[in-house]
Structure formats: C-alpha cells, structure tokens
Design a protein around this ligand. Structure first.
Ligand SMILES: [Zn+2]
Length: 412
C-alpha cells in the first residue's frame, strides 16, 4: 500500500469553490438544475478542469461527464457523484463527491502512481429530479425507456427532449450512454441526515438504500355546512385522514423496522372552505424501508388502516400506487474493501443504511457499487443551510483516495 499519495486540502477546497462559482442563486443557495444554463456551464468548466489535470474527457449522450485516468482500454472504476442541484440547494450535495473524486486522482498522479485499472471521475447528469432524477446513472444502466424520455417534462412543462437538445445532446442517441465496461462505482456524498453527527462518526459506509413506495389516497365523504351538520351525522374526509395518520407510529411498531419511514407530505382538502366540512381528502403517502417485504407489509397495513378509518366514518377509499422503487443492497465486497482501507488508515467509520436515493443504488444494477457518507450539520440538506465542516470532510476524502489506490491497484 502506497502512502505517499495525499489529499491536497487547499486544492480540494478550491475545486469545490470552483464548482460553486456556478449557479449562485440571488434568493439563496445554488440553483444548478439538470440541463439548465448553470448546469451546462459548470460541466464545461469541470470538463476543462479535468483536461488540465491530464484526464481524458468524454461526455455521453445524456450529459454524463467522464474524466479517465490510466489505461485507455478495459473496464474502469467510476468515482464521483452529481453536479446538478435542487433549486436553492446547498454547496455540498453532489458537488463534494465529484470534487473529491477528481482530487483523489490528482493526488495519485502527483504521487507518481499509475493504475492498472483505469479510474474515471464521473459527474452524473440530472440526478436531482428536474425530470424524474438519476437520469444519468439510469442511462448508463440502460434502464431509461424511449417512451419515458419522450414524455418527460419538468414542472414548468418543458420537455426533456428539448432540454437535451438545448444542451447540445441528441435525445435519439440516449441508448448509446449504456455501459458494459464498469468495474465498480464509488460515490461519496453528504449524509443529508443527522445520524453521523449525533454519533460523532466522520464516515458512514452505506449498507443499503431504502426503497420508496408512493401512494395517492382519496377519501370521499360529503361536503356540508360546518354549522348545521351535527358531529355524529358527518362524513368528514379529513377526520378519516387524521385518524389514519395517527395510526402510523403503531403500524411501524407492529410491522416495520428501525429503518421504516411513512410520510404524508401533501394533502388537498375539497372544497377547501373554512366553513365547509371537507367532502374529499386527497393525500400522498410515502413508505420507505431497506427491506422490500417490510415495505409491502407496511403498504398493505396502511391501506387496511385507512379502510377501517373510512368505514367508521361513512367514507369511501381509493388508494392508487404512483411509484415503487425497490430497496437496493450495496455490494458487500466493495464495502469490505472500504472497511479494510479505513482500518489500515486508522479512520473511524460506522455502517448505516441510506434513507435517500443516490446514483450508487442505480449503478448497483451493472457493477459492484459503494456509497460513503460524511456528516451533515443538523442533518440539513437541499437548503442553503446545508453544511459539512472541512474537519469532517478530510477523513472521507482520505478514504476515497486510499480505496481508489487499492481498487485500481495503482503502483509507483
Ligand atoms: Zn445528491
């Protein structure tokens, strides 16, 4: 194991600052939505930065950016994350993982190492969901359907095909982004939750990424006068929703795990008048867990709970599944390498699941995939307040560097 390669701390800070010179939002934070002007500009800048570092740079049909170091032929190790942000997002989500991957390659090159297996720094495209999310990694895995691409629109109604064309990409060539030459994928990302900070642990090795089931539930009763209708003669749709919502903690206690999360995030009451009993309640339910069977049980359990609450109140129920993303277990072998690397370098770590989705879970479909977390202050992300102290970043950066040395079998 070569120990001469070292993260150049000022250079890594400058690189992250360089990325965050793009998309500064006057209203706060950073807005680099996938394929927006700021996103296109940061990608052009990052491509040039990788070129200047001696990497061989390529952009695929969906806008994923690759900087290759090492042999020109053969399967490569991919390391990186995404450069796009949510509107008014933070400085670290995605950008930090991309910057650390490039700094790790620069550090290896500076130390005079050369890899037996090529390393590609990757900045994936449209991860944050302007058009659905994780589009770049899904295209690499060949799981983006042509019909979906043609139909996809952002919240303003702009077609994905139009956004791609404006970014100089050809939607008709999307299939060419598919890769069958990836030896592994390593992503460092901020945790976006409070677990590492509260455990005072600098590194999280992710075991699995939670799945996500989205339901839309409609409770229908009778809208009526709030003054003349006695309490025992109502069919109040909101009362049914409230009763079901209160059952959620008990449902998780009976059927869930420590990783179970159930959230009602959006509610529409109709007619939505101050003096009228709600005749209809339409609400979203998001169910997450790292175990697919548990997710199925929770879905069935919640639907039964809503049905019971509806029956008691003279309401009818319709529960429709909007999407189902299965949980993904990340590669135990690659995690083992990370564990050994951390131990050899004297770096403290914890093993934990991820409640949020990441490119690493998509990439697991085509290669061994690993995800490393660094702490998020207060567990906050997707916000200008998102922050990770540099003192909490160095251990993760060192782990990525040493793991890439090991995995690429870099030699002096
Ligand atoms: Zn992210």
């Amino acid at each position: 194991m070569n120990i001469t390669a070292k993260i150049d701390k000022p250079r890594l800070r400058a690189l992250l600052e360089g990325i965050n010179a793009f998309g500064r939002d006057p209203a706060g934070g950073w807005s680099r939505r996938g394929y927006s002007k700021a996103d296109r500009e940061v990608r052009d800048w990052f491509a040039e930065t990788m070129r200047q570092s001696g990497l061989s740079v390529r952009r695929d049909a969906v806008g994923n950016l690759f900087g290759r170091w090492g042999p020109g032929e053969g399967p490569a190790l991919l390391a990186g994350s995404h450069l796009d942000t949510v509107p008014q997002g933070g400085a670290f989500d995605g950008a930090l993982g991309v910057a650390i991957a490039l700094e790790a390659v620069r550090a290896m090159a500076d130390a005079g190492l050369s890899p037996r297996i090529p390393v590609e720094v990757v900045a994936t495209a449209e991860e944050e969901g302007r058009f659905g999310g994780m589009l770049g990694s899904q295209a690499m895995c060949g799981i983006v359907g042509r019909d979906w691409v043609t139909a996809a629109r952002d919240a303003d109604g702009l077609a994905l095909t139009e956004a791609l064309t404006e970014a100089g990409l050809d939607p008709a060539r999307l299939e060419t982004a598919r890769r069958d030459d990836v030896a592994g994928f390593l992503e460092l990302h901020i945790e976006q939750g409070p677990v590492l900070e509260s455990a005072a642990c600098p590194i999280g090795l992710v075991t699995a990424v939670s799945g996500c089931c989205v339901l839309q539930v409609t409770l229908s009763g009778v809208a009526n006068h709030s003054g003349t209708t006695p309490m025992d003669m109502r069919a109040d749709a909101f009362a049914g929703l409230a009763a079901a919502a209160l059952e959620i903690p008990g449902l998780i206690a009976r059927m869930g795990t420590g990783q179970s999360r159930i959230t009602i995030g959006k509610v529409d009451l109709e007619p939505g008048e101050v003096h009228t009993i709600p005749g209809r309640a339409v609400f979203s339910i998001v169910i997450r867990d790292t175990d697919e069977v548990v997710m199925r049980n929770l879905r069935a359990g919640f639907v039964a709970t809503v049905e019971a609450a509806a029956r008691d109140r003279g309401l009818s129920v319709d529960a429709a599944e909007r999407s189902w993303i299965a949980p993904v277990a990340l590669d135990p072998g690659l995690r083992d390498v990370l564990r050994q690397t951390a131990e050899a370098a004297g770096l403290e770590y914890c093993e934990m699941p991820s409640g949020a989705g990441h490119d690493a879970q998509t990439m697991a479909a085509i290669c061994p995939s690993a995800l490393v977390f660094v702490p998020s202050r207060g567990g906050i992300s997707h916000s200008p307040q998102e922050h990770t102290d540099w003192a909490d970043i160095w251990p993760g950066a060192e782990l990525v560097l040493n793991a890439l040395i090991r995995l690429s079998q870099a030699v002096p």
